[in-house]
Design a protein around this ligand. Sequence first.
Ligand code: FAD
Length: 386
Amino acid sequence: MKMYDVAITGGGASGLYLAALLGGRLSAVVIESGARVGSKLSATGGGQGNLTNTGVCADRYFCSDRRLVESVAGSDWRSVLAPFDGLFTADARGRVYPAGRQASALTDCLRRKAEANADIMTETSVLGIKRAADGFLLKTDKGALRARNAVLCTGGMDMRTVFSGHTGYDLATSLGHSVTALYPAITQLALTDKSLRALKGVRTDCRVRAYGCGEFIAETEGEVIFGDGVVGGSAVYYISSFVTDKRNVELEFEFLPGVSEEEIAEDVRKKTALGVERGELLGITLNNRLGRAVVARTGGGAEEIAHTVKHFTVGIAGAKGFYGAQVTKGGIPLSEVTDGLESRFVKGLYFAGEILDVDGECGGFNLHWAFSSAARVARSLTGGAK
Ligand SMILES: Cc1cc2nc3c(=O)[nH]c(=O)nc-3n(C[C@H](O)[C@H](O)[C@H](O)COP(=O)(O)OP(=O)(O)OC[C@H]3O[C@@H](n4cnc5c(N)ncnc54)[C@H](O)[C@@H]3O)c2cc1C
């Protein structure tokens, strides 16, 4: 049985990046259960590959150890571009994309470099990892492998593997690690009020404020899209990262953020004087169905309607689920790894990417973490910081 220096479980963003960085200095194998490596990476940023953000810093991450995240992710977005040959551009929100706006080109570049440096096994699942005298014995559904070091780059909750008992979390716990509570993040949120199903298909740009047990949590401005009992869109995706692990969450939508309450009230007063039906009092001013939903919540006159346009509150029943979520909140606690992202319990076992208890805001922060944590592991394996 061949002995590798490094066995990387998971050929996603962090696993491929790590293999590319090893540069043949160590013998490595990447084991990926999917038919192709990097399939999620190719789907990121709506297929355009939002791989980092010019505003990257530890404050943009949800984590239990800001110092460690600061040390790994840093504050220089360019630091993760090294293996990618090409040019990159940033949009007004700091989201950095390959200039050609093709996420699959990022995967192709990493795959080429990984293939030059490592054996790549696809359609192969790691079913178990055991410590052995000289490292690790990995059991896969295609046979066993030996390696001096093992790196878990298995990502977050993946519904394809979640019932198999062979997720990265299962592998880590079998080696003595714990896993925090897991929640979907950057995802649609389920609404408690079933009557809002009538808004399915309505899209609007507005301000969104989130409250938990009445306490302010976060706010943002952007697109909101109502679905079948759920709400999504870029503003909700952003907010979801702050609320999916909280109880008694409410979102307050401020429709027409650039228009004052008095202007809205005046518009409603004019239409009332013209004899416009009550349900249509916000016609033209708001999407028709949204306008009707706002008016239906009020019993009073123009001032109350205008106030409700600015403070439309909906109850949140939680995240829609892990299906469709972009990331998983929670994972292997940072207290269980060293600064080199090596296990504090098992020498030679490392973690990179989403499997760790770190998730970033929407906007390129999660790929930045996947890449920068893989770079930290590469440094540890090749003799850098431990
Ligand atoms: C639709 C979508 C869009 C996104 N857009 C963005 C974006 O624009 N910007 C951004 O920063 N982030 C984005 N993300 C999040 C980002 O893709 C992830 O945070 C990142 O891919 C995590 O990298 P990873 O290597 O930890 O995990 P992954 O990339 O998920 O890779 C994990 C790999 O491990 C494999 N695996 C798991 N268990 C086993 C096993 N037992 N044996 C063998 N293989 C196994 C899986 O098949 C998978 O290929 C998006 C996510 C989604 C779903």
